[in-house]
Design a protein around this ligand. Sequence first.
Ligand SMILES: O=C(O)CCC(=O)C(=O)O
Ligand SMILES: [Fe+2]
Length: 360
Amino acid sequence: MAPLSDSFQPFEYDTAIKVLADSSDLKAVPSKFKFVNEPTGLNSDSLPIIDFSALTANDPDQRSKAIHDVGKACQEWGFFILVNHGIPEFLMNSLATATREFFNLPETEKKQYEAKSASDPIKCGNFNVTNTSNQTFTLWRDYLKLYVHPEFHCPLKPPVLKEILLEYTKRIRELTRKLVEAVSENLELDQHYVDEVLKLDSSFQLFATNFYPPCPEPDKAIGLPPHTDPGLFTFLIHNGVAGLQIQHDGKWFNADSPQNSILVNVADQLQIFTNGRCKSVMHRAVVNDERERISMVVANGPSKEAIMGPAAPLVKKDGRAIYRPMKYIEYVEAQLVKSRVNGKPILEQMMIEEDDQVVN
Ligand SMILES: O=C(O)CCC(=O)C(=O)O
Ligand SMILES: [Fe+2]
């Protein structure tokens, strides 16, 4: 790891890591990427599985069981495997092919989207991180991040990407709405109240795709260090190569997905809104030495303008708010430049200690 210099920049478009991994038979991780970690995860057969079709079922018993299951998964794991979600498999496969085509474009084509600041609606490149001792390293991945709703931004190439993303992200917004309704119903929150606060019609949605080339020493580099996501729910699919791990009871678990399922995790604003009931799960992406991996991620937030604090009826029930409110877009952009690993996460910085309560 290199020491932190005054010119430290989280965003970078250097020799894209893909070129580096493609161009030679790389035997060791170059020093710039060095991050020593233990990438092994545990397997669990008790990861929650949610059957989406039961949530929309006409049978009230089936529906209320599904609502209860969603609530439980969000509170116990902050994570579940979504099946029978209704998104056609060919759409998910087309998205995987189109993102692969994007990463295969010539470097000059991709470099035009090099990120300059967190608020750029299209960002592409590599990401540098610092640890608490101010040493820096680069993540073992190339990424493309797009703001896709309420305004839609997308690179021009490959031309099919736009149409596929428009359709896929619209369907993900529909699923998000149903899941938010399920969580609200489970916590006995009034849907009108929830709609008014979250303004999901203009929900701020981010698409990210991550390309992780095979890595010669998977314990000396990391795709994405442990973090939580901004938003309400994050939806993740990948190209069939595992690598996502979630933290549960202090241990790392492999979050492998059955064919055609979607991995869903609770994100920070759902934890804040539910006054800590739902858990924004800590997760990371580890790399492997055999196969390239591509993940396609949609982070679904409330509206950019939503002031996100704990829901008033829950605060009343609990006697206090655990989090300070903050405008959603400000939270997202603070999170996007967050380039310190092992530092205090933003979510934690937003916590109100019990002694800090304002007494009226
Ligand atoms: O690629 C993965 O498995 C994790 C991606 C992720 O956590 C993210 O993009 O926020
Ligand atoms: Fe994430």
